[in-house]
Design a protein around this ligand. Structure first.
Ligand SMILES: Cc1ncc(COP(=O)(O)O)c(C=O)c1O
Length: 415
């Protein structure tokens, strides 16, 4: 579909028809398309500095952004390394972890653990820690795959088992694996709280708490890939915060929403301990990794405008009210009562449910039928989800629920 322009939660085609962007354009947009405040910041930045390399040089937006993000972790993750897309942030975290162990005299620690069904991007390193056969299989000869441990996805709990109890059971399996193999494992990489590409698989924060403790005990890094779940999506600014006050990972990857959905920007936040392991006159102990547009000033300025909106508009609380409205609305109750619906679930500003359908074309049909009704929905398999921009109003929520119900009644009636 060709898009002519965007405004708030709406995208417009060249005939002037509008579509509500219920998936935030692949989970990047936070405060609506063509947001006036982010636009103004970018215009100002354009007149000042559009780009300079970040090797041997620095600039105000990148310094200010690093300081603001570090402050959001209370200084625990006080260092930021910049890149552009999400996958490049994952590459950086993976490389930095292995290089840290090498600099610490433990080069055998060079393998990774991931969660079953995980998705971390599609460059070769990121693909090696991604557990989605569809993306991975064609490139198998290029990859050194991670070892997968069970996903704490609450849908997999036994009947009567709570999400927290199932999370604890998965964490025990992880701990047993680490006890035996920690000498060869550099890091465990997780998508905290929601494995989005796996079909919005949601899990209890208990898993993060226990996995963090296991990693500490066995001297294995914890990499939190918050590329999709960071920036308020799960109800807190960082999803990792829900694991408890002192449960910060060693590496935290951000991208997508951090620039408000405007420009490619990604970064890896890490600890003073990791930073110190690379701070050396010996060049080979340094972290030699760069991209031409690393820390681009325009992208950083968009990110600063995004953080400014979080600070001035009390966004996380406003989102709680939005979420409560959606949950309480009658169309959501009607949806939940449909016989084909399974596992209605929600975390912050992410809602998902599975549809009992064997139609291999289900996702495609829903996508097409939703467009007809002015809604951008993009199911993953038979999982339908909403991840709208944080400026969606009550009218938008009512429209999204009503149209989704109509689309699914139509698609499910045909098989
Ligand atoms: C958890 C997670 N990690 C990494 C990525 C890759 O980001 P990008 O598509 O910007 O490379 C994605 C993209 O959807 C993601 O959801």
């Amino acid at each position: 579909m060709a898009v002519a322009r965007g405004e708030g939660v709406w995208l417009y085609d060249f005939e002037g028809k509008r579509y509500l962007d219920a998936v935030s354009s692949w989970w990047v947009n936070l405060f609506g398309h063509a947001n006036p405040r982010i636009n103004a910041a970018l215009r100002d930045q354009l007149e000042t500095l559009e780009h300079v390399m970040l090797a041997g040089f620095t600039h105000a937006p990148v310094v200010e952004l690093s300081e603001k993000l570090a402050a959001l972790t209370g200084g625990r993750l006080g260092h930021c390394f910049y890149a552009s897309d999400g996958a490049s942030a994952v590459e950086i975290a993976l490389k930095m972890s292995v290089h840290y162990w090498r600099n610490s005299g433990r080069p055998a620690k060079n393998r990774y653990l991931n969660l079953a069904g995980s998705y971390h991007g599609e460059t070769v390193g990121a693909l090696a820690v991604t557990d989605v056969a569809l993306f991975r299989d064609a490139y198998a000869p290029l990859l050194r795959p991670a070892v997968s441990v069970p996903s704490p996805d609450a849908r997999l709990a036994e009947p009567g088992e709570s999400p927290a109890a199932y999370a604890a059971r998965c964490a025990a399996t992880l701990d047993a694996y680490l006890a035996e193999h920690h000498h060869e494992i550099a890091a465990l990489i997780v998508e905290p709280l929601v494995q989005c590409a796996a079909g919005m698989a949601m899990y209890d924060a208990e898993y993060l708490r226990l996995a963090h403790a296991s990693c500490r005990r066995h001297q294995v890094h914890l990499i939190a890939d918050e590329i999709a779940v960071g920036c308020g999506r799960t109800g807190t600014f960082f999803a990792s915060e829900q694991a408890g006050a002192n449960v910060w990972p060693d590496f935290l990857c951000l991208s997508k929403g951090i620039s408000g959905g405007y420009l490619p920007l990604s970064l890896v936040m890490t600890t003073p301990d990791v930073y110190a392991a690379f701070y050396d006159d010996e060049v080979t102990r340094g972290f030699l990794h760069s991209h031409s547009y690393t820390g681009n000033p325009l992208a950083c300025r968009a990110a600063l405008a995004t953080l400014e909106i979080f600070a001035t508009d009390d966004v996380l609380n406003a989102n709680r009210a939005r979420a409560a409205f959606l949950d309480a609305h009658s169309h959501s109750a009607e949806l939940q009562a449909r016989p084909w619906l399974r596992h209605w679930r929600q975390r912050g500003m992410i809602w998902a449910f599975d549809v009992d359908s064997t139609d291999p074309q289900f996702a495609r049909r829903v996508f097409a039928a939703a467009l007809q009704r002015g809604l951008l929905l993009r199911p993953i398999g038979t999982t339908v989800y909403f991840m709208p921009p944080y400026v969606i109003g009550e009218d938008g929520i009512v429209f999204m629920l009503k149209q989704t119900l109509a689309v699914l009644d139509e698609v499910c009636a045909h098989g």
